[in-house]
Write a protein that binds this ligand. Structure first.
Ligand SMILES: [Zn+2]
Ligand SMILES: [Zn+2]
Length: 108
């Protein structure tokens, strides 16, 4: 039986990491997040992502990884910023690129 090694979803960027690499990744990711956030125009800046805390522990004594990952994923999704023109959501740096070419639909 092959078991997939458990992965943890980064609550900042939404990517999956191994249980060891997440500990290294998280502080770096948060730092990068702060750098990016500072570069954004004021109206696009977001509140710092909050690390989800899951207190339920499964019968086997492990943290409920699935619930934790789901909460982390939701947290990462809330970092996306909607384009005020077309309504699609983007990472802020993508949004800036996107909005250069996003034109409001001309009502006919
Ligand atoms: Zn990350
Ligand atoms: Zn758009």
């Amino acid at each position: 039986m092959i078991r997939r090694p458990p992965t943890i979803v980064c609550y900042i960027c939404g990517r999956e990491y191994g249980t060891k690499s997440i500990a290294i990744h998280e502080p770096q990711c948060l730092k990068k997040w702060h750098n990016e956030n500072n570069l954004l125009p004021k109206q696009l800046r977001r509140p710092e992502p909050i690390k989800p805390q899951i207190t339920t522990i499964s019968a086997k004594g492990f943290y409920d990884l699935e619930a934790l990952n789901e909460a982390a994923w939701t947290s990462a999704q809330s970092q996306l910023v909607p384009c005020h023109i077309c309504g699609r959501t983007f990472l802020p740096d993508r949004l800036i690129v996107h909005q250069r070419s996003c034109k409001p639909k001309v009502a006919k």
